[in-house]
Design a protein around this ligand. Sequence first.
Ligand code: CP
Ligand code: NVA
Length: 309
Amino acid sequence: MNQKHLLTLHDWSAEDIKETLDLADKLKYEQKNGIEHHHLKGKTLGMIFTKSSTRTRVSFEVGMYQLGGSALFLSSNDIQLGRGETIYDTANVLSRFLDGIMIRTFKQSDVEELAQFGSIPIINGLTDLVHPCQILADFQTVREHKDGQLKGLKLAYIGDGNNMAHSYLYGGAKMGMEVAIATPPAYTCDEQVVKNAMEDAAANGGKITITTDPQEAIKNADVVCTDTWVSMGQEADKEEKVKAFSAYQVNKELFSLADDKAIFLHCLPAYRGFEVTEDIIDGPMSRVFDEAENRLHAQKAVMVGLMAK
Ligand code: CP
Ligand code: NVA
C-alpha cells in the first residue's frame, strides 16, 4: 500500500482498493477461524467524533482490539478542538501520542488539514462530502455475493446526492463499475465529484450516469443502494426533504426493474417507510447486515495498510 491516508477513494488507485479488499477477506477468514492477527500490537488509534455513530465507532474500536492495539474515543465535545483549538495544534499534539487518527466530522477540509499538519495516518470516518470506509465494506459485500467481481457490475444509488452517493461515484469509477445515481433535481451530487468520477471511470473502463429518473438508474442494476434522506446535521430540513424524495423510495415496484439477482445495500441507519420499504430492507435481496459486519473487516485492512508500516 502506497497511501499514507484514507481521505477519499478518489485519492486511491484501483490497486490500493483491491489490495485492501483482499486483505479484508483474509482478516475476516482469520477472525472467524480464531487465527490471531496482531498486526498493530502496541499501537493506538484516536477516534475523533463530531457526529454520532454506532457502526463506525464500534467497528474501529473492536477492530483495533482484534489487531492487538487499542482505540481511544475522543468526542469533540470533550476535547479542546470543540472549544476552538486549531486543527494545526491538534494534529501536531495528537501525532506525538497516537499511531493513527480516524475522524468523523462535517467539513472535508478539516480532515485534509489534519492529514496535512499531522505526521500520522488519517482515516476519514465520514464527512459531509464522502464516507470512504463504508464503500470498502460495501464492495467487500458485493464481491462476496457477486462471484468476487466488481468490474462491469451496475450499481444504482437512488436518493440524496450526499456523502454516500459521492463515495459510490469515487469507488465505483476506480473499480470499473457502472454507477447510476438518481436524485431529485434539487439534491444532485457535487459537480466536482461527478467530474472527477467521470474521468476516473473513463480511465478504468467504468461508466457514470447521473439522472433524476429512478427507473432509469435502477434498470438491470446488480446492486441497488440508498441512504437516509436526512443526513446528520440536516435535521431542520426533514419536512422539505421528505416531500422532495417521495418518488425516490426503494420499494417493490422500483426494485422489480433491477436485475433478477440484484442485492440491496444500505449503510444504515435506515428509516423504513421513507427511503426504503420494509419488504426490501428486510427481504431476501437485502445484504445490509453483512454490509455492516464488513465495516469491521474492511477497516481492519485499512488500518493495517496504513498503520503497520
Ligand atoms: N454507516 C455508518 O457509518 O453508521 P454509523 O453512523 O452508525 O457509524
Ligand atoms: N448520509 C448519512 C450517512 C450515515 C452513515 C449521514 O451523513 O448522516
